[in-house]
Write a protein that binds this ligand. Structure first.
Ligand SMILES: *[C@@H]1O[C@H](CO)[C@@H](O)[C@H](O)[C@H]1NC(C)=O
Ligand SMILES: *[C@@H]1O[C@H](CO)[C@@H](O)[C@H](O)[C@H]1NC(C)=O
Ligand SMILES: *[C@@H]1O[C@H](CO)[C@@H](O)[C@H](O)[C@H]1NC(C)=O
Length: 707
């Protein structure tokens, strides 16, 4: 009996594991290099940069608007607007969002004004080249005095007004609904018509005809603008300088594609935690696999942040007033799967968006759990009878009066490629219970080669893919990553199951209180990382030590089980170790890291706000420009400030502008900078892409910010 069972479990396990070697072989065959994308002129296309936020604190708002400002300033053009789409509840925070928006507007106004003056004087080297091309060049023939008196203020004002914040009324569909409503608004709709039908969505439906957004000047500014594209972004996504134009050029060459999916780079640098470096490394090492698979299928998944063509999206996903489509189920978290299934994203591996990896193991675990939850919801729709029905029944039992049945208006059929891509996260999720079951079962069954199959599994997941990606330049990182993966992913047999269980429970019961990621990050920063790790993970340690001891006392010595239990018991140590920063300092409040964090977040704190905005160097598009030479960045990386979003090679100008005595500001973007500087040296290795676990994530694309 148990013999049969173990054969089945092994089959499932090796089946789901098999895809790693297959992908590896595919990569070896067709090559894992980055494909270049076709481009076409894009000067007729308009785009709106759409940041999505549900703020729970001021930090969220500051971080998001800073990202948005950099994205906007680095891609300034008459055809690019930026809007923060906020679903924030708290009135005070909503007010704060508008306040910060205004600070940035005045900052932008001042900077542009200065640039305009420099432009009028013919001092073009003082003008940001991107702005020179897109903003100022068209006034080259205008008489200088006329320009100064009649044009300049109006130009500055116009660009400042395109930096917007709007507040959504409904929360339906969360983030996905946010940008759907934005697209409708841009098409001239200001009243809700989608997701209004109570027959389908029960209590979740919104009132037909209610306003999409709370009225404001910014909302009026967007109505009927008919933007061609929306660049959907999360609150923590960075857009490189000029990146928007590059994406638009690719979009212009592929007008039939509804989604252009740039690659996502995880960035980190000196002063970041070891865990972040490991995540970035992992993503790097597995990038060739992503490149190969997307090239093979000529399609990628949608990662939740990408360039979306409004027209196609509305036609295929939302529908019109008279012909509603509403493909995305109202309660689903992984809306990306549906959107990708319909719009078949084009993978634009030659462009990228930036993202920070999880700060430590604990926040990584929380994020995985959120993803698992989305995955389970998705499974309820894909296997409606086998899995959906029992789950709905359980929901009904547990939620009682709170339960309200919903269904989807238009079902989506997945073809083979799409479902292969769509289900890969689910496959990886199920590997974990299969692994646990296997470890337990093989204790009771006498196999001839009891360790053979587990060694095959480990080999195909951890070692074999590296044949396709390892080279002379990155082998050290590959070895490091492999060791870390063994420590991090062996406990997954147990930890992964607990995670799935909690995600299942969350879906069934609806009352979940999970610690927010940011709170955990703050916790790690403000106390000893080992203590924090232990605080969050002690349960696993205690459990595995207990079980391990009982086993050794009462039952046989069993190698595999003990290995798993030992690594699980050691998790807090692993989590603690990896949340040290790479210069091996704790993230104590006194440390450099916190100062950095303080500089970049706290700087805009209530008391400091007035100064900061006056001190335009901080976020200025032209201030603080400093080109790092590789040597310098090696020697004193902490003092560096060069930044993705500001100019290169302008250090003398910065001095001209009297910025020489500003301390060279260190910000996260300096990390990006050194990362990118390094990438020339280490080649493939540091130029970042997907990691195995994050790889599968990236690949089937889900970033489920539940905003
Ligand atoms: C913006 O779009 C208009 C047409 O919509 C075009 O004439 C103009 O050249 C574009 N400008 C830039 C900088 O792309
Ligand atoms: C769901 O909620 C709606 C509106 O409150 C109600 O009319 C409907 O009967 C509910 N359906 C179920 C199955 O409880
Ligand atoms: C872009 O949008 C404008 C309307 O704003 C429209 O006239 C034009 O055809 C669109 N271009 C493309 C390529 O879709």
């Amino acid at each position: 009996m148990s013999g049969i069972l173990i054969v089945i479990v092994l089959g499932v396990l090796q089946g789901s594991v098999l895809e790693f070697p297959v992908q590896t072989i595919a990569t070896l065959l067709i090559g894992g290099e980055r494909r270049d994308n076709k481009r076409a002129p894009c000067d007729r296309l308009t785009v709106i940069l759409n940041y999505n936020l549900l703020a729970t604190g001021k930090d969220d708002i500051l971080e998001c608007l800073e990202k948005m400002y950099k994205a906007y300033v680095g891609n300034l053009s008459p055809n690019v607007s930026a809007v923060l789409l906020s679903a924030t509840n708290d009135e005070e925070l909503k007010e704060y969002e508008l306040q910060i928006r205004d600070k940035y507007r005045s900052l932008l106004y001042d900077d542009l004004y200065r640039e305009g003056l420099a432009f009028a004087r013919g001092e073009y080297e003082l003008v940001d080249p991107i702005h020179l091309d897109n903003v100022w060049a068209m006034y080259i023939d205008v008489n200088r005095n006329v320009f100064l008196t009649d044009y300049l203020e109006e130009i500055c004002d116009r660009y400042a007004r395109e930096f917007m914040v709007v507040h959504r009324v409904s929360r339906v569909l969360r983030k996905c609904g946010q940008y759907q409503d934005l697209m409708l608004l841009s098409e001239g709709e200001c009243k809700a018509y989608s997701y209004c039908d109570k027959r389908y969505y029960g209590r979740l439906a919104r009132e037909p005809g209610e306003a999409l957004f709370h009225t404001s000047e910014d909302v009026s500014n967007i109505i009927d603008r008919k933007f061609n594209y929306t660049l959907v972004l999360d609150s923590d996504t960075g857009v490189p300088r000029g990146g928007v134009f590059d994406m638009l050029r690719i979009a212009a060459a592929h007008p039939e594609r509804g989604i252009i999916q740039p690659s996502i780079k995880l960035h980190c640098g000196p002063g970041d935690t070891l865990f972040m470096h490991l995540e970035a490394m992992r993503q790097n090492i597995y990038e060739p696999l992503t490149n190969a698979i997307t090239a093979l299928f000529k399609q990628s998944s949608y990662f939740g942040k990408a360039l979306i063509k409004n027209k196609l999206y509305i036609d295929y996903v939302i529908g019109s007033k008279d012909d509603l489509i509403e493909r995305v189920p109202v309660d689903v978290l992984s809306h990306e799967t549906y959107e990708a299934a319909l719009l078949k994203p084009l993978y634009a591996g030659s462009t990228f968006l930036l993202e920070e990896p999880s700060h430590n193991y604990v926040t990584w675990n929380i994020r995985e759990r959120r993803w698992n939850r989305g995955e389970i919801l998705l499974a309820m729709y894909f296997w409606k009878n086998a899995f959906g029905k029992p789950m709905r029944w359980l929901q009904k039992k547990l939620q009682r009066s709170k339960f309200n049945k919903t269904k989807v208006r238009t079902e989506t059929k997945l073809d083979f490629v799409t479902s292969y891509i769509a289900h890969s996260a689910l496959r990886h999720m199920f590997m974990k219970p299969a692994l646990l079951l296997y470890i337990i079962l093989q204790y009771f069954v006498h196999l001839r080669n009891r360790y053979a199959s587990i060694i095959i599994v480990m080999f195909s997941v951890l070692v074999f893919p590296k044949f396709a990606t390892c080279n002379r330049k990155n082998y050290k990182f590959v070895i490091l990553e492999t060791i870390a993966s063994i420590l991090q992913f062996t406990p997954e047999a147990l930890v992964g199951c607990v995670r799935i269980w909690r995600a299942l429970y969350a879906n069934v019961s609806l009352n979940v209180k999970w610690v927010p990621q940011r709170a955990v990050e703050e916790d790690f920063k403000s106390s000893n990382p080992f203590l924090s790790s232990f605080k969050h993970l002690w349960g696993y340690s205690v459990f595995s030590v207990l079980v391990g001891v009982l086993f050794v006392i009462f039952l046989d010595y069993e190698g595999l089980l003990l290995v798993m239990l030992t690594t699980t018991a050691g998790l807090p140590v692993y989590a603690g170790l990896t949340s040290l920063t790479t210069d091996f300092k704790c993230c104590k409040p006194s440390s450099k890291l916190l100062q950095r964090v303080f500089r970049r977040r706290g700087i805009l704190d209530k008391s400091a706000i007035a100064n900061v905005v006056a001190d335009s160097n901080m976020y200025s598009s032209i201030g603080n420009i400093y080109e790092p030479s590789l040597e310098e960045s090696k020697i004193e990386h902490t003092a560096l400030m060069p930044n993705m979003y500001t100019n290169y090679g302008f250090d003398d100008i910065a001095q001209l502008l009297n910025h020489k005595n500003t301390h060279k500001m260190e910000s996260w973007s300096s990390d990006v900078e050194s990362m990118i500087a390094n990438s020339e040296r280490y080649g493939q290795m540091l130029s970042l892409s997907s990691g195995r676990y994050s790889h599968s994530r990236r690949f089937d694309g889900r970033e489920k910010h539940m905003s």
